[in-house]
Design a protein around this ligand. Structure first.
Ligand code: ADP
Ligand code: ZN
Length: 715
């Protein structure tokens, strides 16, 4: 395709979007950014994770002459993006410290040969003498179309991931003032934005600030009960796909993995205390869908570009809401529905406080405490969770998102004034010297040693609360704390204390309303048969995708995204033409994978006795020529198309059980060897079959016999 040269061509952008990336339309902001990039304007794009930042520089890179330099801080991330681009048939490569000198030299040659449109580099490498000299060659021979700075917040020490090397990028601006800079980040704070603009010396950049709302994410908080592990197990059984479970400490990670594995759940650990090798192995197994669940500390996630994570569970409380947003935001980067679940117990607060208390600077301690309070507000809040998160980023959200537990299942409020009076008077009678557990023991008439030891079994409040469970009393106590109707000491030994407002409750001057626990787990309504069918097919397509990914040692999502598989399962295309039209299918992928997916879908449709697919009109024309006695080459000449197109028609006609005789198309002597090869290697792609069979067999022969073999198997 030719580079876009004039403005009028901008109307074609959607065409390029489809042919290079397979997407049907731009996400909000993408088009504007691409247009401006094509006009060589500096840019600052701030979009949440999964917003689609990469496309904002990748598409301009393909449409402009020359090489786009992409600065990226993490080797794993580079590798992943380059793999995805190559998988779409786009010339991309990276240069970093993981390469041997020979590899680096080969890549440099490809670049100077104009084969590469995007070059990923680590910042420290970019500014070496040697690289700068190479860059000069690139500039004079093929040109540099732009400098994309990914994770641009790394330039700012106000961000959460400052990298001093990023500051040096200014040198490039000074050297090549004409090359536009595209800075991209997911960090939203105003301070960081200003820092990026000044540190990189951006010139009147177009600033695109996307909303931080991630509409496909469902937010939920689960109050931890005594058996939190069984709660987790139950939750996991209701979830599908890949997920991450975050824990606070390495030992929590190890323990949870041990338990999950014991209970037959396939999970792997990841934390900074592990050997680098096992970490990388586990990470790859997770990315490639060998193992669905990763149990990890915060060490996991930065630079992991798995778009199809379906849920992120926090089994312990995160320290800040920003951290929670970033970590939970690793779910659903592909914009498909995903869940963010926080398991919460007020006692988790003490674990976080322990970290806060270790900070030496009192100012930092205060800030951390404040941030912790925000996290707790989120966890305990009864209003729309999305509203709480977005307000943290200064965004106003109208509430009632219908995609969070509080919106979907508002907790009923009940008048618990009498219970509150019982509880508070028990606190008073115990001399305001005990914690929640002890007070509840006394109320429920427990025989605990401690109760008798203090003579609390003789109090008038002993046993007056047997009608409520421990959890119900706890829930009341939490609400009393939340609503400021009672205090709790915060020195690590939480003791309940009365305050002015507690006395108002006693004197009936104040009513106490609390959100009560709702136990019921809503059942999913029965799916319609059609949906069940699509679900079954989806499962099979997932398996096929996994198998094909393993054959090439790549991650399954690189072949097709989850959303694309869903479209296949819904539309059930039974020929390549229909398949190629679907969103997410590029020409390249059609050629490479279309055949096996279409064949799987067709087999499914036949097995399920769904309406059988009919040949398309172009296939019918081929069939007519065939019935007139023409062979493949003659039909191709008559129709003025490639012979391989006609072979495609025939193999699909055969699989559709149309009257085509294999003997007329392929020399009968070749049948048996080809069938044996398929039975030996499995229904893999053509290349390995061809390699196995050797010179005497053409791709066309193999394709046709394979179609015939598939038909005999499915009938
Ligand atoms: P970010 O870098 O902002 O986290 P990515 O660039 O990795 O996000 O994109 C996230 C996902 O969204 C990828 O799977 C990508 O293929 C997909 N995506 C990006 N743009 C579009 C689009 N216009 N239509 C459909 N999917 C898109
Ligand atoms: Zn909501």
């Amino acid at each position: 395709m030719n580079p876009i040269s004039t403005l009028a061509d901008l109307s074609e952008l959607e065409v390029y979007l489809k042919s290079f990336f397979g997407h049907d339309s731009f996400r909000p902001g993408q088009r504007k950014i691409v247009e401006n990039a094509l006009q060589n304007r500096d840019l600052l794009a701030i979009m949440p994770t999964g917003g689609g930042k990469s496309l904002c520089f990748q598409l301009p890179a393909l449409l402009k002459p020359g090489l786009m330099l992409v600065v990226s801080p993490l080797i794993a991330l580079m590798q992943d993006q380059v793999d995805s681009l190559l998988e779409n048939g786009i010339g991309a490569t990276f240069i970093n410290s993981s390469l041997s000198p020979d590899e680096a030299r080969d890549r440099a040659r490809d670049i100077l040969g104009g084969k590469i449109k995007l070059l990923y580099v680590a910042p420290e490498r970019l500014l070496t003498e040697k690289f700068l000299a190479f860059l000069e060659q690139v500039r004079s021979r093929i040109g540099i179309s732009g400098l994309a700075v990914d994770e641009a917040h790394c330039v700012s020490n106000w961000g959460h991931d400052f990298r001093p090397e990023y500051r040096q990028l200014k040198v490039l601006r000074e050297r090549y003032p004409d090359i536009p800079i595209l800075a991209l980040t997911a960090t939203a704070t105003e301070r960081v934005q200003q820092d990026i603009i000044s540190q990189l010396n951006l010139r009147q950049p177009l600033v695109h600030l996307a909303s931080f709302n991630r509409p496909n994410l469902y937010y939920e908080v689960i109050p931890k009960q005594k058996h939190k592990y069984s709660q987790l197990l139950k939750k996991l059984q209701s979830l599908q796909g890949s997920g991450i479970i975050y824990c606070l400490s390495r030992s929590n990670v190890n323990e949870l993995v041990f338990n999950l594995q014991r209970d037959g759940i396939n999970a792997l650990p990841y934390h900074a205390g592990m050997e680098e090798f096992s970490r990388t192995t586990n990470q790859n197994r997770f990315i490639r869908d060998d193992v669905p669940i990763m149990v990890a500390t915060v060490a996991f996630g930065m630079g992991i570009n798995k778009p199809d994570v379906r849920f992120v569970i926090h089994y312990d409380l995160p320290q800040t809401l920003e951290q929670y947003y970033q970590e939970s935001g690793r779910a659903g980067r592909d914009s498909e529905p995903a869940k963010c679940i926080l398991f919460y117990s007020p006692s988790d607060i003490y674990a976080v406080k322990y970290f806060i208390d270790k900070k030496s600077d009192p100012n930092e301690q205060r800030i951390a405490q404040q941030q912790l309070n925000k996290t707790v507000d989120y966890a305990e809040g009864t209003e729309c969770r999305r509203t709480i998160i977005l307000s943290y980023f200064g965004e106003k959200f109208k509430g009632n998102c219908s995609q969070c537990d509080n919106c979907c299942d508002p907790k009923p409020m009940e008048d618990w004034t009498i219970e509150a009076q019982k509880f508070l008077s028990c606190v008073a009678r115990c001399g305001e010297r005990f914690g929640m557990k002890h007070i509840i023991d006394v109320l429920r008439g427990s025989r605990a040693k401690k109760v008798e030891q203090y003579g609390h079994h003789l109090l008038s409040t002993y046993g007056i609360g047997k009608d409520k469970t421990v959890e119900e009393w706890k829930n009341l106590a939490r609400s009393l704390l939340n609503q400021g109707l009672m205090n709790e000491t915060t020195d690590g030994f939480p003791i309940l204390k009365l305050n002015k407002r507690s006395w108002e409750v006693f004197r009936n001057q104040r009513r106490v309303e609390i959100p009560v626990l709702s136990q019921k787990d809503k059942r999913l309504p029965n799916s319609a048969p059609r949906e069940i069918e699509s679900e079954m097919l989806l499962d099979r397509l997932r398996q096929l995708r996994k198998q094909m990914a393993d054959e090439q040692s790549i991650a399954p999502y690189i072949i097709f995204a989850d959303s694309t598989l869903k479209v296949f399962a819904r539309d059930k295309p039974t020929n390549l033409e229909a398949f190629g039209r679907l969103s997410g299918v590029t020409e390249y992928k059609l050629e490479r994978y279309g055949d096996r997916f279409v064949s799987e879908i067709r087999a499914f449709v036949q097995e399920q006795k769904l309406p059988t697919p009919l040949p398309t009109s172009t296939q019918m024309v081929t069939l007519q020529y065939y019935q007139q006695g023409l062979d493949i080459d003659a039909i191709a000449r008559a129709r003025n198309v490639q012979a391989s197109t006609i072979v495609n028609h025939f193999s699909e006609l055969i699989e559709m059980n149309q009257p085509v005789e294999i003997d007329r198309l392929v020399n009968p002597k070749l049948h048996q060897p080809i069938v044996s090869a398929i039975e030996k290697l499995g229904d893999v792609s053509l290349t390995p079959l061809r390699e196995y069979l050797g010179e005497g067999y053409s791709f066309n022969d193999i394709r046709l016999v394979r179609a015939w073999w598939r038909r005999t198997r499915s009938h």
